[in-house]
Design a protein around this ligand. Sequence first.
Ligand code: DNO
Length: 347
Amino acid sequence: MKLTFRWYGEGDCIPLSYIKQIQGMTGVVTAVYDTPVGEVWDVKKLLRLKELCSAAGLEMEVIESIPVHEDIKLGAPTRDKYIEAYKQNILNCGKVGVKCVCYNFMPVFDWFRTNLYYKHADGSTSLSYSEEDFNKLDKKNLRLPGWDESYSKEELDALLQKYEGMTHEKLFENLVYFLKAIMPACEEAGVNMAIHPDDPPWDIFGLPRIVGCEADYDRLFAAVPDKHNGITFCTGSLGAGRFNDLPKMAAKYASRVYFAHLRQLKFVNETDFYENGHQTAEGNVDIYAIVKALVENGFDGYLRPDHGRNIWGEDAKPGYGLFDRALGGAYLTGLFEAVEKDLAAKK
Ligand code: DNO
């Protein structure tokens, strides 16, 4: 396991030197953020990020994300052009030492929560989801927490229209087409792809979602068995689906988990939850059992503490503060040490 930390590049308010001070930290997870989706990143920008990391004593072996252009998800006639650009990005990443690329295949929207500042009794805040708030959203005039600036109303409407009639099967075929096309570039670059699960793992706003449960992963690996086709095991996304047995899935797919996002959720009723500090006792995600399942089944990927709360008065990007992720990192490192030593003693 390699402990990593998400860093939003030079615009991030958290300096690399602070990240380096977290014990056990090997590197950061980052991306080139200022290039439109579908274009090839300037290699100079990748090198600049890598140099900044190296100067701080950190590796840059994971990219999150290289976003997938909507035309690829739509299976539009222009998709091959965007796939070529994607392949070039993979090759360039490989050249600067990247080993793992995280991406997702969610149409239009990425992660979704109804509140980015859910207030806990102790004054900390975190992301949360409420079905009632979701149902209250004006679906004809969507303004989403965290997504307000991603699209103008016109752009969003036009994009949603393109997805009309999109089925789960068609979207899955488009994912398989994309993966089969990029696998040779992954082999050449020495890069593993790690698909991020849908968050939450069900259809939203009438758009199909296809990466959220065991059956989805079985179908994905059957269609593209190539070893470079792997997953980001995100416990916050998969855990939002109460139908998912996370320790079981972690055990089953451990060798395909190239990247683990460990995050805690606490359900307040059947559908609603808030995110919380990482410890198992703080929510419904059995982090200990998941770590155990991963370790016992040969997980050898990257790990990052994901989200947590905003604590100690920190005014950070929701889900991406320094303090609670650092505490999470310490907790996770401790769990891994214990579980790994236990396993070694049994051998
Ligand atoms: C949310 C993140 C996601 C993730 C993308 C990967 O906090 O986990 O936005 O980066 O889905 O493509």
